[in-house]
Design a protein. Structure first.
Ligand code: GDP
Ligand code: MG
Length: 438
């Protein structure tokens, strides 16, 4: 998808004048790419209309190019961002029940554990309940995952009624004052109606504060019907899109959001416990547009100043927080092969010296996990709150599944960039301009 759309847009942009014929050709290309990526036909049509409407009102001069680029981007963002502002936020000091639904194999059990760990790392006492009594081995799988993540769990080898198991588990953990209780359900049944009936019953028994549908990003055109069916019986309030590390283009997810008016909240980006990312519509689209076209993405992201904005603003003021470092690392990872990208961050090429692309990007990933295990205060700090704080470092190493040594590496990298930011601000004040920047 990315390649074709980027191609259509940039091919057009090479010529100076964008007449109506060129515009029509471009729209045709984009729509073909979207359809190929399994985006719903009706959505594609409305997207086309909308872009055409926006663009044709402008004169065919140079500004028109920019308008085309931004409206393709914005329209795609609007498709994956239903703009609901009643997003679920768990509250500390009470039991928040989260129920997972979705087809077998979509990634529920894996994602349950990831999410429990995610909340755990943010200071919520979290646990898991296995209500999948249909599939043999389901409880063992959850048990194994939970043990690895050091998350308490509940389930049964003998009880066959999922409604009873889930009620027992939730009641038990409620009494024990757990703050996040995640209920994993089955995704298959002898018959489809039975699965949906079961979901309704579990829902009534545990009264979840949040229901999440897990969707495999390779679902394709079936996404619309499937998500509608789940919405009707389980009325989920959020979607987690899994396996985004695979080759699927994710067009189905766009249809699921549009059909159910429900936001995607997280992305599953791998099989590992830590492969969970908060969903960001702009980043998602930037990545979609930039796939297979690294240079294009870099330029595009720079022109949008997405995540760079705060970091750049901070740098010019001489401030560089740990969160700024995390954003920079995240950006780099999304942009492609490390060998090409590490050079963009000073000091990083030293830290990843001698590593191949895979080792290097693993290192980057772990650095991001470390940042993600910090709380907001730590992220927004200048890093000094870690000095002589071994328990704090240990907590973060544990939460991110890394070592204290690696946490120190992140802080070293941060210190170095913070020092640079200070120097840049000083030079700027002295009127010396920015070497190598503009
Ligand atoms: P469930 O049947 O819905 O509970 O699905 P599982 O959690 O058992 O996952 C099915 C398979 O998908 C397992 O092999 C997982 O390791 C894999 N899986 C889940 N999420 C992801 C992901 O984000 N990326 C990748 N690559 N694999 C995933
Ligand atoms: Mg499962």
């Amino acid at each position: 998808l990315g390649k074709r759309i980027t191609g259509a847009v940039s091919g057009l942009v090479r010529s100076d004048v964008v007449d109506d014929k060129a515009l029509d050709n471009m729209l045709k290309e984009i729509c073909a790419a979207l359809l190929e990526a399994d985006v719903n036909v009706k959505l594609v049509q409305s997207l086309r209309k909308s872009i055409k409407h926006t663009v044709s009102a402008s004169p065919p001069g140079p500004q028109r190019k920019r308008l085309i680029q931004s409206s393709v981007f914005n329209e795609l963002v609007a498709l994956v961002d239903p703009q609901t502002d009643n997003l679920f936020k768990p509250k500390k000091g009470r039991s928040n029940i989260i129920m997972f639904v979705g087809l077998q194999g979509s990634g529920k059990t894996t994602t349950c554990t990831k999410l429990a760990r995610w909340y755990q790392a943010r200071g919520f006492k979290s646990c898991l309940v296995c209500a999948d009594t249909f599939r043999a081995g389901a409880f063992d799988q959850l048990k194994q995952n939970a043990t690895k993540a050091k998350i308490p769990y509940y389930g049964s080898y003998t009880e066959t009624d999922p409604v009873r198991v889930s009620k027992e588990g939730v009641d038990k953990f409620r009494k024990e004052k757990f703050e996040i209780i995640i209920v994993d359900t089955s995704g298959r049944h002898r018959q489809e109606e039975e699965l949906f009936r079961e979901m309704v019953q579990i829902h009534e028994a545990v009264k979840p504060d949040q229901t999440i549908m897990v969707l495999d990003s390779s679902i394709g055109q079936a996404a619309e019907a499937q998500s509608r069916a789940f919405k009707e019986s389980a009325n989920f309030g959020a979607i987690v899109l899994t396996k985004t590390d695979g080759s699927a283009q994710g067009g189905g997810a766009i249809s699921a959001v549009a059909a159910t008016k429900t936001p995607i909240v997280f992305l599953g980006t791998g099989e590992h416990l830590l492969d969970l990312e908060k969903f960001d519509p702009k980043r998602f689209v930037a990545r979609l547009l930039g796939m297979g076209d690294v240079q294009g993405l870099v330029e595009h992201v720079q022109s949008l100043k997405l995540d760079q904005k705060d970091a750049m603003k901070h740098i010019s003021e001489g401030v560089f927080t740990v969160r700024d470092l995390r954003d920079q690392l995240g950006n780099i990872m999304k942009m492609g092969p490390l060998s090409k990208m590490a050079g963009m961050i000073p000091g990083l090429s030293q830290m990843t010296q001698g590593m191949d692309d895979e080792e290097g990007s693993n290192k980057l990933k772990r650095m991001v996990y470390i940042c993600d295990s910090m709380n907001d205060r730590e992220l927004d700090s200048d890093g000094k709150c870690f000095v002589n704080q071994p328990t704090r470092m240990t907590r973060i190493a544990r939460g991110s599944g890394t070592s204290v040594r690696e946490v120190e590496d992140v802080l070293t990298q941060h210190r170095m960039m913070a020092g640079m930011a200070k120097n840049i601000a000083k030079m700027k004040k002295a009127g010396a301009g920015l070497p190598g920047m503009g």
